[in-house]
Design a protein around this ligand. Structure first.
Ligand code: ZN
Length: 296
């Protein structure tokens, strides 16, 4: 019995190593993660993962360095499952119980995955007819222990969608409409010859008027943008409130939900590992999860 168990454990660890080495096999290392030098040499391998040594700073690193999960001692089967759970919008408590990880780990992992997704959430450009709507979301200080707000302001969240179903959804400003911020975050993506269709906001209507230059076109309204306010409110409700400081990250998952693109969580998990999407824990928030707006 004991022998079977130890064999099983060995098999499991071999499978995990195999997955890890496959994931990192084709990863391109561009530079030394310590000093950014491009002069490095191959330096053996460990558990199937190629190691390198930097000729400038002498530090060693591997194909797995600076990837999303590089310092995780947990096995890749758990990461992959976790990515699936994030896409299914499972609660952190659910993830922690199912995968036998702590709530703190689940909290950081969710942020890593969301962080990874943010890179895909910006389309290269918006063209054709571009439909734009906004939603005001009341500021949320969940987890910010030191902030006792006397007034909560609105966050302006703007969604823009083009003929090709490319969508961007971004928090633009706090309290008031801020044109420079809109320009910087969304308008730069809109091509000159596009036609902007505004939905129920006077500031967005002004932007459209200036952009469309007296052109008046009959455009069929876009269902998603038409009901954007309701959809986003419903979607955010599931998380029982998202702290405003994390709103942008959650919106990248929201975009996936909106576009309803076929998501292969295995592919996504692999991509998140390979591409340079490393997020340092100190960038997420304080270590005490009770103070970080953890969404249980
Ligand atoms: Zn170096």
């Amino acid at each position: 019995m004991i022998k079977t168990d130890s064999n099983f454990n060995l098999l499991n660890s071999n499978i995990n190593n195999l997955i890890k080495s496959t994931i990192y096999l084709n990863r391109n290392i561009e530079k030394c993660p310590t000093c950014s030098s491009k002069h490095y040499i191959k330096y053996g391998s460990f558990k199937g993962i190629q190691r390198y040594k930097c000729k400038e700073c002498d530090k060693t690193f591997s194909s797995a360095s600076n990837s999303l999960w590089s310092y995780s001692k947990k096995d890749p089967i758990k990461w992959t499952k976790f990515v699936e759970y994030v896409l299914e919008r499972k609660s952190l408590r659910f993830c922690a119980e199912k995968l036998e990880i702590s709530l703190v780990t689940a909290f950081y992992w969710r942020h890593k995955v969301l962080h990874g997704l943010t890179f895909d959430s910006i389309p290269a450009k918006l063209s054709g007819d571009v439909h734009i709507a906004k939603k005001l979301i009341l500021e949320n200080f969940k987890g910010c222990r030191n902030i006792i707000p006397s007034v909560r302001h609105n966050i302006w969240v703007v969604a823009a969608k083009d003929y090709d179903d490319s969508i961007i959804v971004k928090p633009i400003s706090r309290c008031h409409w801020h044109l420079p911020s809109f320009n910087q975050k969304i308008y730069y993506l809109i091509e000159k010859e596009t036609y902007i269709v505004p939905y129920g906001d006077r500031y967005i209507s002004l932007v459209a008027k200036a952009h469309n230059k007296k052109r008046i076109k009959e455009v069929q309204s876009d269902k998603l943008i038409w009901s954007f306010q309701i959809i986003i409110e419903k979607w955010l409700k599931k998380y029982h409130g998202v702290a405003s400081k994390y709103l942008e990250k959650y919106l990248s998952l929201f975009i996936l939900f909106l576009t309803k693109k076929e998501i292969n969580y295995m592919d996504l998990s692999k991509r998140l590992c390979i591409e340079f999407r490393f997020l340092k824990i100190r960038d997420i928030g304080k270590v005490n999860y009770k103070s970080t707006g953890v969404l249980l």
